[in-house]
Design a binder for this molecule. Structure first.
Ligand code: FAD
Length: 440
């Protein structure tokens, strides 16, 4: 694409406070983009964040962070700050599984180890906390900047914005979510379009005070652990946030009658809409008492068309452009792993870019090292998430029985939760040495 002649071209070549000879442009100021900025700032690297919205913002819902996400945040040195700012405490992870229909019989409690701590957190609070931690002397936030494309020049990539301006930089990190525009610059227009797939699943989301549920007669303990209520073609996930005072509710409904990828939403159709409570209630009339009460409390549910990258991308990197988070590996939410994988991307990539041997000249190799480590791991989480959704919807290999659910879900979080991020860094650096990018 040629550079628009009328555009303001705000190229800058200022170096970071620790004498780095490159600066980084991040497209997208969501969870992944902000964590990457924090990590880069810690190494004195100058960052520009380009966010399409007028300010940083998240939906009014909760997000569950598993032990691997907590470990990555800890590695970055900001766990205590997040916990303090978000007014949260860590809690033992794990999940209780129950049937959604009949008497809602208990199925199984997913076993956890002493190290399996996680956090249920309000998304907006989490993002607010991250925005406060960012070093504003090193990171410049540019709002109302919708990226429309990125030109992958071998020397310095150029970002094009909807307002006609451009930005030339040393490297671009695409953290612009599942509908990424940066993706096309990495894998090409066709693959970027083909990989974005509707999962034939919709999710209804809402937050309800714990006390409201109790007063309406919900008998299940909603705060002890996150819960998964399973059923045929439907399931409900609940977990507490805000010091157990609020329950985050996500109700999934999947159409198994058509193959994945056979249905595409028209480009003009929004992925998130407000729906009437009746649309939701009518689909759960034959469910048990507790789930029906929970659903009756969603007075203004939002309905999400759930998409993922399917088939998965084989690479997240092209030259001086790298994808991160949902832009790289948007996955189904059934393992609660998407944000955790985004955080792992951001921490590893910021550590690699912050390595003392990284300089402008070896950035493409450093991004390739990130790619080699991250693609297999995030792909594993993508595939696992898809499999878990089928289990919760009664379409797992062993079917919708107590034994079947337990057998299929056994160990499903092992690979995602228990991971050594330090080992990722060691492997990446070793590869860079072998390749000669970091010397012998
Ligand atoms: C129903 C549901 C429940 C989920 N629950 C969990 C959970 O419990 N645990 C978990 O780990 N994950 C969960 N996830 C997944 C998780 O939300 C995502 O993986 C995570 O938010 C990805 O972060 P991100 O920063 O990559 O992308 P996003 O959060 O999507 O952020 C992208 C940012 O880029 C901006 N942007 C977009 N396009 C442009 C553009 N063209 N130019 C500039 N800026 C742009 C956006 O405004 C936004 O700020 C869930 C997802 C869904 C749908």
């Amino acid at each position: 694409m040629s550079r628009p002649s009328t555009a303001a071209h705000d190229s800058t070549r200022q170096t970071g406070s620790l004498g780095r000879d490159f600066r980084v442009a991040i497209v997208g100021g969501g969870i992944c983009g902000l964590i990457a900025a924090i990590g880069l700032n810690k190494s004195g690297i100058l960052v520009d964040i380009f966010e399409s919205a007028p300010k940083y913002g998240e939906v009014g819902a909760g997000v569950g962070l598993g032990p691997n996400a907590i470990q990555a945040i800890k590695e970055l040195g900001i766990l205590d700050e997040i916990i303090a700012r978000a007014d949260q405490t860590l809690s033992r992870r794990g999940f209780n599984f129950k049937f959604g229909t009949g008497d809602c019989d208990f199925i199984w409690s997913y076993p956890t180890t002493d190290d399996d701590y996680g956090l249920g957190i309000h998304r907006a609070k989490f993002l607010e906390a991250l925005a406060e931690i960012i070093d504003t002397t090193l990171t410049t936030a540019h709002f109302n900047k919708r990226c429309v494309s990125v030109e992958n020049s071998s020397s310095r990539p150029i970002i094009y914005f909807a307002d006609g301006t451009t930005h030339e930089t040393d490297l671009v990190l695409g953290a612009d979510g599942i509908r990424s525009t940066v993706r096309a610059a990495v894998v090409g227009e066709k693959q970027a379009e083909d990989s974005l797939s509707f999962s034939n699943t919709v999710a209804y989301r809402g937050l309800v005070p714990t006390e409201t549920l109790r007063s309406l007669g919900v008998k299940t303990d909603m705060v002890a652990k996150p819960l998964c209520w399973v059923g045929d073609g439907k399931h409900i996930i609940t977990f507490p946030i805000k010091e157990n005072t609020v329950i985050n509710i996500v109700v999934f409904v999947k159409d198994f009658s058509i193959p994945i990828g056979s249905k595409r939403l028209p480009p003009s159709e929004p992925w998130v809409t407000r729906v009437s409570p009746d649309e939701l209630r009518s689909q759960f009339e034959n469910w048990g008492d507790d789930p029906r009460i929970i659903i009756s409390c969603l007075l203004e549910p939002s309905k999400w068309s759930i998409h993922s990258l399917n088939p998965e991308l084989k690479t997240y990197v092209n030259g001086r452009i790298a994808l991160m988070g949902d832009a790289a590996h948007g996955m189904l939410p059934h393992l609660g792993a998407g944000a955790g994988q985004a955080i792992e991307d951001a921490v590893l990539l910021s550590q690699l870019l912050g390595h003392p041997l990284t300089s402008s000249s070896n950035i493409p190799s450093v991004l390739l090292a990130y790619d080699r480590v991250r693609v297999p791991r995030a792909t594993m989480a993508q595939r696992g998430s898809q499999r878990s959704g089928d289990i919760y919807d009664g379409h797992g290999e062993s079917g919708l029985t107590q034994e079947g659910i337990r057998k299929d879900a056994e160990g499903q979080w092992d690979g995602v939760w228990h991971h050594d991020l330090g080992e990722d860094m060691r492997r990446a650096v070793e590869w860079l040495r072998e390749e000669g990018a970091f010397g012998e």
